[in-house]
Design a protein around this ligand. Structure first.
Ligand SMILES: Nc1ncnc2c1ncn2[C@@H]1O[C@H](COP(=O)(O)OP(=O)(O)OP(=O)(O)O)[C@@H](O)[C@H]1O
Length: 259
């Protein structure tokens, strides 16, 4: 395992003077895909935004040894590729131009005049998200799942060392759920820290190297899927039981009943 790249040390976030994320500590190395899971309202989105430096936080937060708070806006945007939940753009821009917005942190302000490096990054992201057939379509005329893939490609076009994706597969059909988590896993294997928020515990177990479980703002489990999504945490945190199968390396978890 390589050295930790993203390190949170006692990270806390207050929203409206209420502590929504409390004393979270973990470190993540490049090369790993981490699933961030927890019940509704646990603080996952808030934590993800704080990690990207988009929300003020207390405690330690470093990336590549540097304080996130000390990074300039453009450096932050090059370091953290952040995929928010849902929102894309409301203008009828062609898909390729929306993906090119991912190169903005690299200085590409005009999608019609990309440098060769920027254009290549855009094409790579379009290809992995299977968007080439939709390249000229206005993004507003796409289905929900297609828009999700455009948002994902825009995020991948940043080619950032840290990828933070908030529910990237929520509106995708099973084929693209598997495809998208597979491509995030490949982004991790290519050297990124990838943190994915998801409510799909089966996919988390299938794809994540490690699972962080957040409950009421606190990190209550941090471990491999088999352990972090074991019967105890599923009952205590998620209030469910699950069918379990597979192997320790490749657990299969199917949420089954409420407890
Ligand atoms: N802008 C805000 N103003 C007030 N409260 C907020 C704000 N953003 C989040 N919260 C509160 O912080 C808590 C954590 O919200 P957050 O969106 O981080 O949870 P989550 O785990 O991502 O939830 P979900 O799974 O439902 O998306 C919730 O109680 C929420 O109501």
């Amino acid at each position: 395992m390589s050295a930790p790249y993203l390190v949170a040390d006692g990270l806390s976030v207050a929203v409206d003077r209420r502590e929504v994320v409390a004393d979270v500590s973990f470190s993540a190395s490049r090369g790993s895909l981490i699933a961030l899971v927890g019940p509704n309202g646990a603080g996952k989105t808030t934590l993800l935004r704080a990690l990207a430096g988009l929300l003020p936080s207390r405690g330690g937060l470093t990336v590549g040894g540097a304080s996130v708070a000390a990074l300039g806006a453009r450096e932050k945007a090059r370091t953290f590729a952040y995929l928010p939940q849902g929102h894309l753009v409301h203008w009828p821009l062609p898909v390729r131009d929306v993906v090119a917005l991912g190169r903005y942190p690299h200085g590409a302000v005009d999608p019609a005049r990309l440098s060769r490096a920027d254009a290549e990054a855009v094409e790579r992201a379009m290809r992995v998200a299977d968007l080439e057939p939709l390249a000229e379509r206005p993004v507003t005329a796409l289905s929900g799942g297609e828009k999700s893939r455009v948002a994902l490609a825009r995020m991948l076009a940043v080619e950032a060392p840290v990828v933070l994706a908030d529910e990237p597969v929520a509106s995708l059909d099973p084929y693209y759920q598997i495809e998208v988590l597979g491509l995030l896993q490949r982004a991790a294997r290519a050297g990124a820290v990838v943190i994915v928020v998801t409510h799909d515990l089966g996919l988390a177990a299938r794809f994540a190297d490690r699972v962080l479980v957040l409950a009421a703002g606190r990190l209550v489990m941090d471990g491999p899927p088999e352990e972090a999504l074991g019967p105890g945490p599923l009952a205590d945190v998620f209030r469910i039981t699950a069918f379990r199968g597979g192997t320790a390396d490749q657990p299969v978890i199917v949420p089954w009943s409420a407890v």
